[in-house]
Design a binder for this molecule. Structure first.
Ligand code: MG
Length: 199
């Protein structure tokens, strides 16, 4: 059964690039370290509606198109892909499917067998929760950073939570284990593959 990996902030530092865009647009000086929640509108002078608009605008810019993955991810994913099927489970919107598929294929060729989209905050089409994406794809372990997905998904399957400023309030529990870096992710997932009762 496949293992799911979130894309943004787990494989690719999207927020770092989004901050560069916001700093340019609003002449401010924010960085991802300031984000104690992953609701972008809490961290600069914007309503939720404006922040979503800014995000869609950012997706059209060179900032978005120059996102590079975390370099530590590739060797770990390469190793794990030899042991189990890997899926990308992303909340990204449907309109980002082509650019996202190209990004994954360019940076992680032959590593992921599938990419699933939740269309969170999508302008069109229905929104599918990560719990449902995991269910539909028989995902039995998810690597994720965002509390709004971690908490519901962990009711069904174990979650490896990558340590970020915005998930400091999530307490490790029976189904949630904190990883501090990609080396940790690799060790935890490998341990889980050998012993699924590891959590
Ligand atoms: Mg994420």
């Amino acid at each position: 059964m496949p293992i799911g990996f979130d894309l943004d902030e787990v494989i690719a530092p999207l927020l770092r690039y989004h901050c560069l865009y916001l700093n340019q647009k609003y002449s401010c000086n924010i960085s991802e370290k300031d984000f104690i929640t992953y609701n972008f509108w809490n961290h600069y002078q914007a309503t939720q509606e404006q922040a979503i608009k800014d995000f869609f605008e950012f997706c059209e810019t060179d900032f978005f198109h120059s996102i590079q993955p975390f370099k530590e991810a590739r060797p770990v994913l390469e190793r794990l892909s030899k042991l189990e099927k890997l899926h990308v489970i992303t909340a990204r919107q449907d309109f980002l499917q082509p650019v996202t598929r190209a990004f994954v294929h360019r940076n992680f060729p032959r590593i992921f067998s599938k990419i699933d989209f939740g269309n969170y905050f999508g302008k069109k089409g229905s929104h599918i929760t990560k719990s449902e994406l995991c269910d539909r794809n028989n995902i039995y372990l998810l690597v994720e950073d965002d509390p709004k997905h971690i908490l519901p998904v962990s009711k069904g399957i174990p979650v490896v939570m990558l340590d970020k400023p915005w998930n400091q309030n999530v307490q490790p529990s029976r189904n949630i284990i904190r990883a501090y870096n990609w080396q940790d992710i690799g060790e935890i997932v490998q341990e889980f593959l050998v012993n699924p009762n590891f959590f």
